[in-house]
Write a protein that binds this ligand. Structure first.
Ligand SMILES: NC(=O)C1=CN([C@@H]2O[C@H](COP(=O)(O)OP(=O)(O)OC[C@H]3O[C@@H](n4cnc5c(N)ncnc54)[C@H](OP(=O)(O)O)[C@@H]3O)[C@@H](O)[C@H]2O)[C@@H](O)CC1
Ligand SMILES: Nc1ncnc2c1ncn2[C@@H]1O[C@H](COP(=O)(O)OP(=O)(O)O)[C@@H](O)[C@H]1O
Length: 494
């Protein structure tokens, strides 16, 4: 698992290390790690010229020392100082080290045009404008210099792309768009959350000796090696019931395919049994497409309600189906609530509950529960709105998107963030497949946070494999689940 720590936690760990180590040691370690990565990228790209954009804080200090080390290694280095106060505004010892090693220095406020021209020459640009002390957004002089970076330069953000909120919550303002971020000690939330993740590029973590063992994660991301540890693998004593029976209330006379996709995904991902409850047309389709599914009510370990379900559907059969969904919500069993099922949720449940909305559905849910927001609001601040829904409903919320976010109802709990899928997965029915996988995991006994994030990971990897870089249909994602899970389970994490 990748874990990101909040700025406050990193500062606290840094304070402990600073008290124990000789002065300047942490910064030296950071600069050496940074310079090592930069030198490797320059070698890979046959680059010669390094431009270091340097701000007023310690982030600029790291960058100045790294520039000095890169000069020592034989690269041509230009240091561009951003503070209005020029030389006096930056880390003095770092500047001395860079100059002694042979870096040339340009003070941006003295000659903005010369500074921009120098920036344009960099094969590799170090963004040392601000790090974890930065406020969101780039000030105009910094933005002008960032604009001057050549399109083919390799941009390395030092610790965090300047302009991002390091804690990943405030989406406002422009940021440096890095090809790579070299961060110190531990990832920061901005690296794993939208919109910061896209501006982070490849993430490289440098160990600078901070003691982070007891630091709680603000953001977590499951990786491929976590699947074997979490996935419910049957043992010799298992039977189909002990593995978990999933009740699926999905589909209707309007949206028939959702039922087939959700049931198929549950079966393909290894459920013990599915009991499907639907109206006549989707029932016929499920019988045909998934002969393994058992039609009708019975004892289950968890419910999935909602894919393709129309809460306003007329007729006795639809009314009976909706009643099963309502009974599931009123039960003490774990429930995954997706799509149309979200409209049926009228109050908090005591049993484990996982809501799986996309941004539009989350906006609708929050608005119905008394916090009117738009889809655009949710897309702008996904974590904030997912947390708000989790707090209000007492459920775990999985918010679908290019990065899928999963949060539990406790406000201090970590955010799980998964970004495993290609954009080809943005296709009708893909959410129904995800719902089937999540349901299977809940029926097998996983807690909602693990079930949601593990399903998002496996769904994303299956989509990637089924796509192979080209178009994708949801049926193909469901079809890729079995081999994806098999291969992930075969990985040896040691
Ligand atoms: N933590 C660790 O373990 C270690 C940390 N280390 C390093 O220290 C870094 C943190 O250094 P830091 O605390 O000095 O803050 P930093 O990021 O340089 O920014 C503060 C300065 O930026 C300015 N400023 C703010 N916003 C701005 C904006 N939008 N646009 C422009 N300017 C802006 C602000 O000036 P002000 O606006 O307040 O006048 C202030 O001067 C960290 O990221 C890592 O690289 C390593 O050395 C070793 C281990
Ligand atoms: N740009 C994207 N990149 C990767 N995955 C995406 C992107 N957009 C959506 N997805 C994923 O595709 C699925 C779409 O689900 P959803 O919108 O519920 O579709 P449907 O309701 O038609 O089944 C979700 O798993 C979501 O995380």
């Amino acid at each position: 698992m990748i874990r990101a720590a909040s700025v406050a936690e990193v500062r606290a760990a840094e304070a402990v290390a600073l008290a124990q180590l000789p002065e300047g040691e942490l910064m030296q370690r950071a600069a050496e790690g940074l310079a090592g990565v930069a030198a490797a990228r320059l070698a890979e790209r046959d680059g010669r010229t390094v431009v270091a954009l340097v701000g007023a804080g310690d982030n600029g200090g790291d960058t100045l020392y790294a520039a000095g080390l890169l000069c020592d290694a034989g690269f041509a280095c230009v240091v561009v100082l951003l503070p209005d106060s020029g030389r006096d505004g930056v880390h003095a010892a770092g500047l001395r080290a860079a100059e002694e090693a042979g870096a040339s220095v340009v003070v941006a406020s003295d000659d903005p045009a010369a500074a921009a021209a120098a920036v344009a020459e960099g094969d590799l640009v170090l963004d040392g404008i601000v790090g974890i002390g930065g406020r969101p957004g780039l000030r105009p002089p910094a933005a002008a210099l960032v604009d001057a970076i050549a399109d083919d330069a390799w941009v390395v953000a030092v610790d965090v792309s300047s302009g991002l909120d390091p804690d990943g919550l405030d989406p406002d303002g422009d940021a440096v768009w890095a090809d790579e971020t070299v961060t110190f000690g531990v990832p920061k939330p901005a690296h794993l959350l939208p919109p910061g993740e896209a501006a982070t590029g490849r993430l490289t973590v440098i160990d600078i000796g901070l003691d982070l063992a007891a630091v709680p994660a603000a953001v977590e991301r499951l990786i491929h090696d976590d699947v074997a540890a979490l996935w419910p693998v049957p043992g010799p004593g298992d039977d189909k019931y002990s593995r978990g029976v999933l009740g699926v209330v999905a589909g209707g006379e309007l949206y028939t395919g959702a039922a087939v996709l959700a049931v198929t995904a549950a079966v393909e991902s290894g459920v013990g049994m599915v009991r499907y409850v639907g109206t006549p047309t989707p029932t016929g389709l499920v019988r045909h497409a998934v002969p393994e599914a058992v039609v009708g009510e019975g004892r289950v370990q968890a419910w999935l309600i909602g894919p393709g379900l129309d809460p306003e559907a007329p007729g006795d059969e639809a009314t009976a189906q909706l009643q099963v969904a309502r009974d599931a919500l009123a039960s003490d069993l774990p429930v995954v609530v997706d799509a149309g099922g979200l409209d049926l949720l009228s109050g908090p449940r005591a049993a484990p509950t996982l809501l799986t909305p996309h941004a539009g559905e989350l906006a609708g849910l929050l608005s119905r529960w008394g916090s009117p927001v738009s889809r655009a609001d949710v897309e702008r601040e996904p974590v904030r709105h997912a947390r708000s829904a989790a707090e209000q409903t007492g459920a775990t919320v999985l918010l679908k998107g290019s990065t899928t976010i999963v949060v539990g109802p406790a406000p201090e709990g970590p955010v799980r963030s998964q970004a495993d899928a290609p954009a080809w997965l943005a296709t009708a029915g893909a959410g129904d497949v995800l719902a089937g996988v999540v349901g299977m995991l809940l029926a097998a006994g996983l807690a909602p946070l693990d079930a949601g994030s593990l399903a998002a990971l496996v769904h994303g990897v299956a989509a990637d494999r089924a796509s192979g870089g080209g178009p994708l249909r949801a049926t193909a994602v469901a079809g890729a689940l079995r081999s994806t899970i098999r291969d992930l389970l075969r990985r040896d994490p040691t």
